[in-house]
Ligand binder design. Structure first.
Ligand SMILES: *[C@@H]1O[C@H](CO)[C@@H](O)[C@H](O)[C@H]1NC(C)=O
Length: 386
């Protein structure tokens, strides 16, 4: 049941409007829809700095998680690029990780669309076979998934290195309010970022929905010296602690749940890259010289466009949709960030896990309503609002 006053619904709707803008992407410099600086790419970058591996986060998936890590290559075997709900290629033509950015010529609204109705939850969408190796099944493989993690390090001014650990899942199952589920999407990119100065970890950022939370490195839970991150059931939002986490602040209607389920160690299987943000050059690390590069520059979405009104899978209540757009990839997660948070300007680095940081309250004041069309991406904005 909805314990909502009319005012709350109205406020939530307004807030959701803004959230909608944020869902697709974030503040910060938006990379151009290029295809990378191929001419300047040498075969490989250097080896990954040892500290990027030594301090790589462990991820606790949820114990009852059914949407497990996904393999980006396998994802392409079950999706077709669409523009305006229309396939761009025949159903027999598959895209590849080494040739995906050619789709950028169709603009940013290309959606890698699932062959299967996600409601049928096919095995590839669930990532069934990517369940990490559990403890007790061979010491060296514990935590390994057949789905590669993506580790990208970038060197910045003043001997700062930012390491980004990206986690891909083929499906995001949204949470429920009063029996209504919101926020499903095909394709799901989450990440943790660790900032190093002179090779020493300083701070860590956990991505959660359209934002996330940062902590001083010393504040977070560790296994050995490695930080621990908890992936919420269904949404895969990252948290520093197990338990229940309310979001859609300040209304506290939707909650994520995390616990000490299967441990995923992305260092056991990953594509590793060095990224030169200034020149837009991604190079495979010499540790994984065969890691594909081109997919990184794809500027479209890694899942279906939100289903249209009238589609039996779609509903909207107070501005919240059952199905939303698939997300953009790692390149569009503000890798050039100066602050450790993905959304800069509102970044609070907490000094303890229990610190209640000042949550910036988002209002629509000062927001001019621009970008809605761009981010909503729907042919008819009015139709969507009905
Ligand atoms: C930069 O960091 C590296 C460790 O990554 C360290 O060996 C080196 O001394 C640092 N350079 C400066 C100028 O502090």
């Amino acid at each position: 049941m909805f314990l909502l006053t009319k005012q709350w619904l109205g406020a939530w709707f307004s807030l959701s409007g803004l959230r909608w803008v944020w869902d697709g992407d974030t503040t910060g410099t938006k990379p151009a829809l290029g295809t990378g600086n191929k001419g300047l790419e040498k075969a490989t970058g250097g080896f990954v700095p040892h500290f990027v591996i030594d301090y790589a986060p462990y991820v606790h998936l949820y114990s009852e998680e059914i949407f497990l890590p996904g393999d980006i290559g396998e994802h392409l075997e079950h999706t077709i690029p669409y523009l305006n709900y229309t396939p761009l290629t025949s159903l027999h033509t598959r895209q590849s990780l080494t040739s995906l950015s050619h789709l950028n010529r169709f603009g940013p609204h290309v959606y890698l669309t699932s062959d299967d109705d996600p409601e049928t939850q096919p095995s590839w969408l669930r990532g069934d076979h990517n369940r990490p190796v559990p403890i007790g099944h061979g010491e060296t493989d514990v935590g390994a998934s057949t789905a590669p993690g993506i580790i990208i390090w970038t060197e910045k001014e003043n001997n700062v290195t930012d390491a980004f650990y990206f986690y891909f899942y083929s499906f995001n199952l949204g949470n429920t309010v009063a029996g209504w589920r919101f926020g499903n999407h095909v394709g799901d990119w989450e990440h943790t970022a660790v900032r190093f100065i002179d090779g020493v970890p300083q701070s860590i950022f956990y991505s959660e929905h359209s934002g996330g939370v940062a902590y001083e490195y010393g504040a977070v839970e560790k296994i050995g010296i490695r930080p621990v991150c908890y992936s919420a059931v269904g949404s895969h939002a990252n948290y520093a602690r197990p338990g229940t986490h309310y979001y859609a602040i300040p209304f506290h209607l939707l909650a994520d749940h995390t616990d000490k389920g299967p441990l995923w160690d992305v260092t056991k299987n990953s594509y590793m890259y060095n990224y030169d943000v200034d020149h837009d050059i991604l190079k495979p690390s010499r540790d994984t010289p065969g890691a594909p590069v081109d997919w990184f520059h794809f500027g479209g979405r890694w899942g279906d466009m939100m289903y249209r009104p009238g589609d039996r899978r779609q509903w909207v209540i107070a501005g919240q949709y059952h199905y939303v757009h698939g997300p953009t990839g790692p390149k569009f997660k503000n890798l050039a960030r100066k602050e450790i948070c993905q959304n800069e300007g509102v970044c609070v680095v907490r000094s303890s896990l229990t610190e209640e940081a000042e949550i910036p309250f988002v209002t629509l004041e000062g927001w001019d309503g621009e970008d809605v069309d761009e981010w909503a991406g729907l042919p008819d904005e009015k139709e969507k609002r009905n």
